[in-house]
Write a protein that binds this ligand. Structure first.
Ligand SMILES: [Zn+2]
Ligand SMILES: [Zn+2]
Length: 132
């Protein structure tokens, strides 16, 4: 039973935070994170009305009966869908290293800044895009 729990997409830690994002399966999150760093979906099943944190499979808040964040975001199917039907949404292209991604974003931002300042820098940006 213990091993089955590990593969349970709805497993949470003591703070009622998902060990893996329900949408994309991302597992690395800060101890006080509330949203997935990859897809932006909530990893804490908070009530849409009150501050109560519900367990992962809760569609409705156990305190006030209002829909939970997971349910509103479509991370949970309406009752009585089986939890075992869960599939993670994988990004279409293979994930690149986080540092490579950060570097690329930084480069793009710098290029945009330069292009906004100097019109002749625009050519450079296009050239570097083609190189990819
Ligand atoms: Zn995610
Ligand atoms: Zn509530």
């Amino acid at each position: 039973m213990k091993t089955a729990e590990k593969n349970d997409p709805y497993s949470m830690n003591q703070d009622l935070r998902l060990s893996k994002c329900l949408y994309c399966g991302q597992a690395r999150h800060d101890r006080d994170a509330r949203f997935c760093i990859m897809c932006g979906n909530p990893i804490v099943n908070r009530c849409s009305e009150c501050p109560h944190r519900n367990i992962a499979i809760a569609r409705y808040c156990e305190k006030c009966g209002k829909p939970t964040l997971f349910f509103l975001r479509g991370l949970l199917q309406p009752f009585p869908a089986e939890p075992s039907t869960h599939v993670y949404h994988q990004p279409p292209d293979p994930p690149e290293g986080l540092y490579a991604r950060m570097k690329r974003l930084e480069d793009e931002r710098a290029a945009k800044k330069a292009a906004a300042k100097r019109p002749e820098a625009k050519k450079k940006t296009e050239a570097s895009k083609k190189r990819k």
